[in-house]
Design a protein around this ligand. Structure first.
Ligand code: ARG
Length: 695
């Protein structure tokens, strides 16, 4: 069965026999070993939210274009626009260092459930429980970080029923080596995002640098490419339908235990708010991004992030309703309730009623929270709050202390205002405030007051904010620096943007006493529900929900039912022929570089074509992954790289709360397409030479 995101340390006991039957040829130790180099040493978490893999003995890192998107945009200017035109470093010297980018290697993990659970008891409130657990976690982190060499993270699994610690090593000097133009890396844009058949060259290359001893080091010209413990072999051999495929990576979040009532809360309250507020921001951003290429680059990454989940959340609403997922969950809960009503399971008898009651009480709150959450992604809504507290403190100090504090504040201001476009910010904030005040359940009272006086139409807010920006020191970094010259705490306290920002963030953090109580009861009930359901089904093999820890998922290359939009022979792959069929010259999403069309017309595919002479582009496998797995390697039975995972299909969007064997697919770039683009399109043959190829 292909369901499951497994811990590497459990594979040997839980999955190995099954994996071997399906085609795995490696030993468990070749996948995960604490003392010897193994596959796990080639898998890194990239930039905190994605996955990547090491593919050469010189620290070459392969990940998705959409994972490097923000870094590529940041390194681009309207004149040197790598996002639009692509970029290829001819040698190490030309590789480009983005401001903040790190990769995280996984060293080892272990189970600390017994140790942590020994600190808690059933009489504790959830807050007391959390405090006791955090105390023990701090100790475990201290004991394992080897004087700061490693980062140690202890996380809860199965909703607080088990705990594992993870030891990592972080490298912070990571540089861009090469990227295709956006017309390849994001071919199909938001129209094709989350869809199959797909034709995207979603990859980019980076390199990890270290000091001369191979240790992590801040950026320096003296740093050298990292010689990794292990790097992947890249396969040119291709694969066919039903071949074994496994994926190692960092899935972000799943909620496979989510109760039916939670699903209904999301589909009816929380997600519709998310979708509407996202669309509101996207409309404003689009208007300004179209007009000015620099604005386009400055907001590219935040737009893509919002657009990605705008489509995802609508897809989830549709899929969850269509499959009546809540009903499936209610049926499980009914059988659980029956089990829980038995005398010996009394501890669990009240669990479901408490959970259902909680969702009933928090439906409107969940709607409010998502409107506000999306509003707060407008940078001008949060910057005044973030800076204001430090500025107030600064204003109260004597001259010597001010002198000392100033450089740090100046850097912070510089960073926060870098690439901030005020007209866009004002209009986005106006649109969001108007929506929030109209649609959210119980919006911040300050916002309601302003609307009552000035009106709640978008234009009313634009007018109000135009004046506010003019009267605010947060209008520009020039005004902020002038404030640093002549600080005046009273002026700050009357600053309209500062006060608005405080009101919004206070509302975001506010919880009534009643609400805190509901949450306490809910958290406890949810933990017991998961515990109880596992006891109810003692023979079932369980895997923990995704929470940004390293997992392995195994399955096979697997078609979807025939789709007339795909012109490949079978519906588990696409080819460059299909890409060209989607080509729309000059279109924002479906344009293609002329050179790629030329290569297609000459059939100049080199060693990368399949047996029939087609150039493979994307393919499907039935692995269980989610957001955060982006950039993960797809490996064959020998552990060789055959592709790069980058998406899931919209039909299976219910996957984060329920796994559907028949529908759930991973969409990946075929590694042969990646190599073809590096070799034939970019002419970067020195990179091909750097790889370990299996032909
Ligand atoms: N849906 C993908 C994910 O969340 C991101 C794809 C980015 N591409 C795009 N066209 N927006 O992993």
């Amino acid at each position: 069965a292909n369901e499951g995101m497994w811990f590497l340390m459990h594979i040997k006991r839980l999955n190995y026999v099954d994996m071997q039957k399906m085609g795995l040829q490696l030993t468990p130790e070749e996948i995960y070993s604490v003392n010897n180099a193994s596959l796990k040493d080639a898998i890194v978490q990239f930039g905190g939210g994605c996955t990547a893999e090491i593919i050469s003995n010189k620290g070459l890192v392969l990940t998705n274009h959409h994972c490097g998107y923000g870094n590529i945009a940041e390194l681009s200017t309207a004149e040197n626009d790598y996002l639009t035109n692509g970029f290829w470093a001819a040698n190490h010297k030309e590789e480009l260092k983005p401001k903040n980018l790190s990769v995280r290697f996984f060293v080892r993990m272990d189970d600390v459930s017994k140790r942590i659970l020994a600190r808690v008891n059933d009489e504790m409130t959830e807050l007391e429980r959390e405090a006791a657990i955090n105390q023990e976690i701090a100790k475990i982190e201290m004991e394992n970080n080897e004087d700061g060499k490693y980062t140690v993270s202890v996380k809860s699994f199965y909703n607080g029923n088990e705990f594992y610690y993870f030891v990592y090593q972080d490298y912070t000097d990571v540089r861009l080596v090469g990227t295709p133009p956006k017309s390849i890396g994001k071919f199909g844009g938001d129209t094709d995002n989350w869809e199959w058949p797909r034709h995207t060259g979603d990859f980019a290359l980076f390199r990890v640098y270290a000091d001369k001893d191979g240790n992590p080091a801040e950026y320096s010209e003296d740093n050298v490419p990292l010689e990794p413990k292990y790097h992947l072999t890249t396969s040119l051999k291709g694969f066919k339908d039903n071949d074994f495929a496994m994926i190692l990576g960092y899935p972000g979040r799943t909620n496979r235990w989510m109760p039916g009532a939670g699903i209904e809360q999301n589909t009816n309250y929380a997600y519709p708010a998310w979708v509407e507020a996202s669309r509101t921001s996207m409309d404003v951003m689009e208007k300004y991004m179209k007009k000015d290429q620099q604005v386009n680059l400055d907001y590219a990454s935040s737009y893509a992030g919002i657009a990605n989940y705008w489509k995802n959340r609508q897809g989830m609403i549709d899929a969850l309703k269509q499959h009546e997922t809540a009903k499936t969950k209610y049926a499980d809960e009914k059988s659980f309730q029956k089990w829980a009503s038995k005398k010996k399971n009394r501890k669990y008898a009240e669990v479901m009623p408490i959970i259902n009651d909680y969702y009933k009480k928090t439906n409107e709150i969940s709607r409010h929270d998502n409107y506000l959450r999306l509003l707060l992604r407008t940078r001008s809504a949060t910057i005044p709050y973030r800076l204001g507290k430090s500025l107030e403190y600064y204003a109260e100090q004597n001259d010597a202390k001010k002198e000392e504090l100033r450089p740090k504040l100046e850097t912070e201001i510089e960073n926060l205002y870098d690439g901030l476009h005020l007209p866009l910010e004002r209009d986005m904030l106006a649109a969001q405030l108007s929506l929030y005040n109209e649609k959210a359940h119980n919006p911040a009272s300050e916002v309601a007051e302003i609307a009552a006086t000035n009106g709640n139409k978008v234009e009313d807010w634009e007018k109000y904010l135009t004046t506010s920006f003019q009267n605010s020191i947060f209008q520009s970094k020039e005004k902020l620096n002038a404030f640093l010259d002549n600080p005046d705490a009273a002026r700050l306290q009357n600053d309209p943007l500062y006060n608005l920002s405080i009101a919004l963030l206070n509302r975001y953090r506010y919880k009534s006493e009643e609400q805190k109580e509901w949450e306490n009861d809910f958290q406890r009930a949810y933990r017991l529900m998961v515990q109880g359901m596992r006891l109810q089904n003692p023979d079932k093999k369980y895997y923990p929900d995704a929470n940004s820890t390293l997992r392995l998922s195994y399955g096979k290359v697997n078609s979807l039912p025939v789709d007339e939009r795909n012109d490949a022979k079978e519906n588990y792959y696409t080819t460059l022929k299909g890409t060209v069929a989607k080509y729309q010259p000059g279109d924002d999403e479906f344009d293609m570089p002329k050179k790629l069309i030329d290569l297609y017309e000459k059939k100049d595919f080199g060693q990368y074509a399949d047996k029939d002479g087609h150039l493979p582009v994307n393919f499907l496998s039935d692995n269980d992954i989610t957001g955060g797995n982006s950039g993960s390697p797809v490996l064959n039975g020998k552990g060789e790289l055959i592709g790069l995972a980058f998406d899931g299909n919209i039909e299976a969007m219910a996957g984060d709360v329920i796994f559907d064997e028949n529908l759930q697919r991973t969409i990946s770039v075929d590694i042969r397409y990646v190599l073809f683009l590096i070799d034939k399109l970019a002419g970067a043959t020195h990179i091909i030479d750097e790889l370990t190829l299996s032909k």
